[in-house]
Design a binder for this molecule. Structure first.
Ligand code: FES
Ligand code: FE2
Length: 376
């Protein structure tokens, strides 16, 4: 059921979806108050692996040092170049790509080429700024602020649910797509079902009934769990059989969609899970990164001949992957057709706008953002 059937006014002002000064203030407050995704555990699994990304405009490098994962601001103390370019790989030493200043494992400056030319040099004693880091599921998050509560404590039981669907699951596909609209428009579209019959008439046909919506709203996330019973059709029976054989679950769950504020999105069930994140790039530009995972096959039942027994399951999973990607990107394509027009409309609004029951997760997100912006 929905949590409320009451119509509510939008909390964010249309100007906040395109104005550059609002964008700067918003991103600054997000940096100061929020945990943000930076990379996957599976992108830095071994000693010396690194991953460098831009988070809310700030270059950050995550570095595996003999199993200890650390994150630093990726900006050189010499003349503020990014120390290493965005990307992932191996890093024996953190050496600036511009003039070669080197930093030790704890971010301290340890070598300056031709150092005799820097007599009387005085630099901040702490070296590079080290950032707070936490992880859950396959995800590494950083926080620029020292007082924000731990993300694990904020998530409560949701952390275990995400762990169950992403820890030990196999990452099969990554994708990145630049989109010419404000990041909040993409996020809001992902957490409401009101547009479904109009924008996705072929993919979804119509809404889920109200009683099939299990909505949960917390300070830091919203969750939709689909309560629609499995049908007695070929698809329903096929899915149930597959789930039983592959993961040993006799009563497969319907899909769950979770939004962890501000911009992490998850879609998962028994056999696969998808993580996608909408990164803010500019006031009217965002980047959607998506990661597709498949569940581990339950081998406990397939004792002696597990290799042989597993082959058909692996084959089914590999066939499932292109199908999943096809559906995901088809729905995304349908959404993108309308989102540019949504962006254009925000410049000449007809009012603040209103939100109905099918959009209550949008409201929770807007209220969160308002709190974050006020806190700054
Ligand atoms: S900017 Fe990094 S060494 Fe010069
Ligand atoms: Fe959609």
């Amino acid at each position: 059921m929905f949590l409320s059937l009451e119509c509510k006014p939008c909390v964010l002002n249309p100007i906040e979806y395109w104005n550059p000064s609002h964008y700067e203030k918003e991103q600054q407050n997000i940096r100061n108050n929020c945990w943000q995704w930076v990379c996957l555990n599976s992108e830095v699994p071994a000693d010396k692996d690194y991953c460098s990304r831009t988070v809310s405009g700030v270059p950050v490098v995550v570095w595996n040092q003999s199993g200890k994962i650390r994150a630093f601001k990726n900006v050189c103390l010499h003349r503020n170049s990014k120390i290493i370019p965005d990307g992932c790989g191996k890093l024996a030493i953190l050496r600036c790509q511009y003039h070669g200043w080197e930093y030790s494992n704890d971010g301290q400056l340890c070598r300056i080429p031709d150092s005799k030319c820097f007599q009387g040099l005085s630099l901040p004693s702490q070296g590079l700024i080290e950032l707070r880091i936490e992880n859950f599921g396959d995800f590494i998050l950083i926080c620029f602020d020292h007082n924000t509560p731990s993300i694990r404590s904020l998530l409560g039981g949701m952390r275990e649910e995400i762990d169950r669907h992403f820890c030990g699951w196999r990452l099969f596909r990554k994708n990145s797509k630049d989109i010419s609209v404000n990041w909040k428009i993409v996020v809001e579209n992902a957490v409401e079902s009101y547009h479904v019959p109009i924008v996705h008439p072929k993919s979804f046909k119509t809404y889920r009934l109200e009683e099939w919506h299990d909505h949960q709203i917390s300070e830091i996330f919203t969750r939709f769990h689909d309560l629609k019973p499995w049908s007695n059709s070929i698809v329903g029976w096929g899915y149930r059989l597959l789930t039983r054989l592959m993961v040993g679950n006799k009563n497969p769950d319907r899909m769950t969609h979770v939004h962890i504020f501000p911009n992490m999105l998850f879609y998962y069930g028994d056999l696969f899970s998808i993580f996608y994140i909408v990164e803010a790039v500019q006031p009217e530009k965002s980047r959607l990164r998506s990661f597709f995972y498949l569940s581990p096959i339950n081998l406990s039942r397939q004792k002696k001949f597990w290799v042989l027994d597993s082959i058909p399951f692996l084959a089914v999973q590999l066939l499932m992957l292109p199908f999943l990607s096809f559906i995901f990107f088809r729905i995304l394509k349908e959404d993108l057709r309308i989102l540019q027009d949504v962006q254009d409309g925000f410049k000449y609004p007809s009012g603040l706008g209103v939100l109905g029951a099918r959009e209550e997760r949008v409201l929770a997100f807007q209220q969160y953002l308002k709190r974050v912006i006020k806190a700054g």
